[in-house]
Design a binder for this molecule. Structure first.
Ligand code: SF4
Length: 465
């Protein structure tokens, strides 16, 4: 007997959930999750490896007494061989922790959908995947950098950034040892700079804690700064082919439509249901024949992302050419425009800033944003926020205490960050007084190019050329 909350193998116990079943005498074993392997204590792993050599194939007996054989184990696991059973083959048993999602949808239809969807997606992705430079490698560092860059940013924007980053900082050690200014400069223009700072901090942690080798275990990946459940799943599945689920906006859209799920996908209950379905799908991929060889978990997760990006788009999904159309409830019921049922987002807020270009002897005055705040460490022209209807006076006191006098209006630009719609009015200006200020520098035009500026202020530099 096994019980949840323990790992057993022929009497062995490790950390984690109920993941291994064992029968010492028959030398059979079952590994239900790669995470289980990662959670094993080193002595347990050594013992398992010894036994694995004596018992080259594993066997799992499910609740109905059917046997499921596995050829590989110990991260080594994921290739499932067709069940050796005299009973008519049926859908594989679903892992207990996630069975509720399927129960909610109706177990049999959901299993049928999962069984049909996985091979259809794998076949479609093999034929239709876009070429992307990070898809040429399984290096977890390269996958990690690409996944962080792709958050909130389109593929075509990310490609040159990723290529430049990998050229300048090709591995964890290079990133960990790079100065913060270089990391921010390489990120300049991608926005959401906390992502770059987290990459830097995580690389330093990997060097310190894992000797520079990117961790393999899902919980260890998840602990790194800036890595949430989605990114950890993407790295674990794409780099290591582990059956770890992913759920981003694209995948949410695909799953809510295919399974006809009505709730708000960002609401807690529906979100959990979607994570569970994503888990079932990738675990089903792990059980397909030759899944290790074909990297089925990696391919399945990427196919979901790709389908959401290319075919199952928000406004005009291309259902006639979709590999999921035969299983898709939204397509069948003509409800693609209703799903996903996203709750309305908070309305955007307009904000107005004035930036001052102050030049003296060919050098421009710039200031560095303080640590701990938005865009910390980046550079910008002196500026201040004004109320929408406020008039600009001829003597402006900045937040730093610096007093400036606007002279000529150079124009304006707009910029969006999260829910803020920002307008920046640009003025040439002079200093009213000239006491030295911390965080300020006078820089030449070429030095300005070398600094990491906030996105809006990089646009100001482009206007000055
Ligand atoms: S059939 Fe249409 S709605 Fe359904 S997954 Fe495909 S593109 Fe999306």
């Amino acid at each position: 007997m096994h019980r949840e909350g323990a790992i057993r193998f022929g009497g062995l116990r490790g950390r984690g959930g109920a993941l291994l079943l064992g029968a010492r005498r028959s030398r059979r074993f079952n590994v239900e999750s790669a995470e289980a392997l990662d959670s094993l204590t080193p002595p347990a792993v050594r013992t398992l490896k010894r036994r694995k050599r004596r018992a080259p194939s594993g066997c799992r007996i499910d609740a109905r007494g059917r046997k499921h054989f596995f050829r590989q184990a110990l991260g080594l696991v994921s290739t499932a061989v067709a069940p050796r059973t005299r009973q008519r083959p049926t859908a594989p048993a679903l892992p207990a922790p996630t069975a509720t999602a399927v129960a909610r949808l109706g177990a049999a239809p959901a299993r049928r959908t999962i069984t049909a969807l996985v091979p259809a997606l794998l076949e479609w992705f093999a034929a239709s995947a876009r070429a992307m430079p990070w898809r040429q490698t399984h290096d977890p560092y390269a996958v990690w950098v690409s996944e962080i860059m792709l958050q909130q940013t389109q593929v075509k924007t990310v490609i040159p950034y990723w290529e430049r980053w990998m050229r300048d900082l090709p591995d964890v050690a290079a990133l960990a040892g790079a100065p913060a200014a270089k990391v921010l400069k390489l990120w300049e223009g991608l926005g959401y700079y906390s992502r770059a700072r987290n990459l830097h901090a995580a690389a330093q942690l990997i060097v310190e804690k894992f000797g520079g080798r990117f961790p393999h275990a899902f919980p260890e990946i998840l602990e790194l700064p800036g890595i949430g459940r989605y990114t950890a799943g993407a790295i674990a599945s794409i780099a290591y082919n582990q059956p770890a689920p992913i759920l981003d906006g694209n995948v949410m859209r695909v799953l809510t439509r295919v399974f006809g799920i009505d709730g708000d996908p960002r609401g807690k209950a529906t979100n959990q249901q979607l994570w569970a379905l994503a888990t079932h799908l990738v675990e089903h991929a792990a059980r397909t024949p030759d899944s290790a060889k074909t990297r089925a978990c990696s391919q399945l997760n990427q196919s979901l992302m790709e389908l959401g990006a290319l075919v199952c788009t928000p406004r005009q999904p291309a259902c006639p050419v979709c590999p999921a159309r035969k299983s898709c409830i939204a397509h069948r019921d003509q409800r693609t425009h209703e799903l996903p049922a996203l709750a309305p987002r908070a309305a955007t807020t307009a904000r107005r800033f004035v930036a001052f270009v102050i030049t003296r002897a060919g050098r421009h005055l710039v200031q560095q944003r303080p640590s701990g705040g938005v865009n910390a460490g980046l550079w910008e022209f002196p500026n201040l926020e004004l109320a929408a209807a406020a008039a600009l006076t001829d003597r402006v006191v900045l937040a730093t205490g610096r007093v400036v006098r606007p002279t000529t209006r150079l124009g304006s630009l707009t910029h969006s960050i999260t829910r803020y719609r920002i307008t920046v009015e640009i003025y040439r200006a002079e200093l009213w007084e000239d006491p030295p200020q911390p965080h300020e520098h006078w820089v030449s035009a070429s030095e300005l190019e070398e600094l990491a500026l906030t996105s809006a202020h990089r646009k100001i530099v482009a206007r000055m050329r």
